[in-house]
Design a protein around this ligand. Structure first.
Ligand code: SAH
Ligand code: SF4
Ligand code: F3S
Length: 514
């Protein structure tokens, strides 16, 4: 019997965080391996997949509007298979199919290893068949034994493709999945499940294979990377595969003590740095402001290829609000951490996230957040208006009582202050030479090319246009400069001659490595 996947085309759109970007890459390589083809035009696809995010209502609205269009499209092309995968599938569960009967496949982020089977079933039963679903549902708060015995998701990461076509010199590597923190506003522990920590050998091997395939920069991913903790004494091997371990629910006393049989986050960073010497840049997101020990800062100080950059979301500058958010730290602990970081790592750049308009937030609370922002001097800060998420403690137990107008004003005030601080930090770079990992052509060049008439591009009269390239410094500052596209995926030196609040501009001096 012919393989039904062999001729099927897939359109896959990704929303949300870097975890989702990585999940989409893993899904893509899994489906490519089975003979599916990927295309950019959803109207021509046999399978339409949305890898979704639930963190704010707005993120979900983007997907529901897509589903509206797809519903109309399906009236003329009933055979098309529509899949909602990722956090929104998990949060909404099968109930979403009542609202959007055009959905054929639902797959939570913890079940993505089952996606090919679900798509295959849906392809075979398209004419009004039952939705094909794999969700963790109530099983997602697993015990440590179950986590060890059931973590087939590890196989998805292990089956990753290392083809140089799959990256442009930069790659994500997951170190933990899920989250045990339960911040009261946050949907992630409910969509991604309990925190599990991948075996360090798997992580180091993955980094090594990526570098062998040409990767220059690796970003380690986890919701609270500094809580990484793998106890070798308790390691379980199943079917020849070392299993991930459930993370500790961090108590008021902090994370469990360490022994020689434990790999901590600091140990993991050092192992990757030392055992993968071809890796030019190692970075990690996201750090949690509690239990971030000096051991981690010392490893960064001692390992030149680990970036001096921390993404440390603070969320609020008011202790009262932090408590209501269940963040488990006070503002003073946060400022102590950034002082320690700057002391041990001169020149370190720190980015953060803030939520404005959390239930009961007063003008005084807001002023405290503004004061913290001024004190902390983040290099950039993502500011979000509080969005109540069904299923979270804040949604169930607190009233969303800050008006939309106040949220918007506080949001704008925070952004204006951050913009001033970012501009000052950028200004200090003018005249200096910075090392830049070149990521892509800039949005400006891409837009100009898309707008250009392709037939004009091909005429001999038109001189070859120099691209504006976009990249990042070790401290994650965005740099634009004119250069040859062959530089994408390599590290170059750029002399900065102009600064704007969000971007540095300069000219390339030397190429450092490919
Ligand atoms: N694990 C990371 C954050 C993951 S979610 C951490 O703990 O910092 C990314 C960001 O989305 C959060 O830092 C927070 O600022 C924002 N966010 C999460 N839930 C939100 C909500 N309900 N409303 C508004 N912003 C939210
Ligand atoms: Fe959400 Fe808090 Fe976990 Fe971050 S640490 S993912 S904000 S619950
Ligand atoms: Fe969104 Fe899920 Fe990431 S809710 S932010 S895609 S972990």
């Amino acid at each position: 019997m012919p393989d039904p996947a062999a001729s099927l085309s897939v359109f896959l759109e990704t929303f949300g965080c870097q975890m989702n970007v990585l999940d989409s890459q893993l899904v893509r390589s899994q489906l490519l391996g089975l003979g599916y083809r990927f295309i950019d035009d959803w109207r021509r696809a046999d399978v339409i997949l949305y890898n979704t995010c639930s963190v704010r209502e707005h993120a979900e609205q983007k997907v529901t509007s897509r589903l509206g269009w797809v519903g109309l499209h399906k009236r003329n092309k009933p055979g098309v298979v529509v899949g909602v995968i990722g956090c929104m599938a998990e949060r909404e569960g099968e109930g979403i199919v009542r609202k959007y009967p055009q959905i054929d496949v639902l797959c939570g982020p913890g079940e993505l290893d089952k996606l090919p089977m679900l798509i295959d079933n849906a392809v075979r039963t398209t004419s009004g068949g039952k939705v094909q679903a794999a969700l963790q549902g109530n099983a997602h708060r697993r015990s440590s034994t179950l986590a060890a015995a059931e973590d087939e998701l590890e196989l998805l990461d292990l089956a990753r493709s290392f083809s140089p076509d799959e990256h442009q010199g930069s790659a994500y590597v997951r170190i933990t999945r899920g989250c045990n923190k339960f911040c009261t506003y946050c949907v992630v522990p409910r969509t991604r499940g309990a925190e599990v920590h991948r075996p360090p050998d798997h992580i180091v091997d993955e980094c090594r294979h990526l570098v062998d395939s040409g990767v220059v920069e690796i970003t380690l991913l986890g919701q609270t990377v500094n809580h990484y903790h793998y106890d070798h004494g308790a390691a379980v091997i199943l079917g020849g595969v070392q299993q991930p371990q459930i993370g500790a629910v961090v108590s008021a006393k902090g994370i469990r003590g360490t022994s020689s049989r434990v790999t901590t986050f600091a140990d993991l960073l050092r192992r990757i740095h030392d055992e993968v010497p071809g890796l030019q840049r190692l970075r990690f997101v996201t750090s949690f402001p509690r239990d971030f020990g000096d051991d981690i800062l010392h490893v960064i100080r001692d390992c030149p290829r680990i970036c001096r950059y921390l993404h440390l979301p603070v969320q609020s500058g008011s202790d009262r609000i932090l408590k209501l958010m269940n963040r488990d730290y006070a503002v003073a602990q946060y400022t102590d951490l950034i002082d320690r970081a700057r002391d041990i790592l001169p020149g370190v750049l720190i980015a953060s996230d803030l939520i404005c308009g959390f239930p009961t937030e007063t003008e005084d609370d807001h002023r405290m957040t503004m004061a913290l922002m001024e004190r902390a001097r983040f290099k950039n800060c993502y500011v979000f208006k509080y969005s109540p998420r069904p299923g979270t403690t804040a949604h169930e137990r607190m009233t969303d009582d800050v008006s939309e107008a106040d949220k918007r004003r506080r949001n704008n005030e925070l952004l204006a202050l951050q913009s001033m601080i970012s501009a000052e930090i950028h200004q200090q770079c003018v005249g200096r030479t910075v090392r830049v990992f070149v990521e892509s052509i800039s949005r400006k060049t891409r837009k100009r090319r898309n707008a250009a008439d392709p037939s004009v591009e091909l005429t001999w009269e038109k001189p070859e246009e120099i691209a504006q390239l976009s990249g990042r410094t070790d401290g994650d500052l965005i740099v634009m400069f004119d250069g040859d596209e062959s530089l994408i995926g390599s590290i170059v030196d750029v002399e900065i001659d102009k600064a704007a609040p969000l971007t540095l501009f300069g000219r390339q001096t030397t190429r450092v490595c490919t």
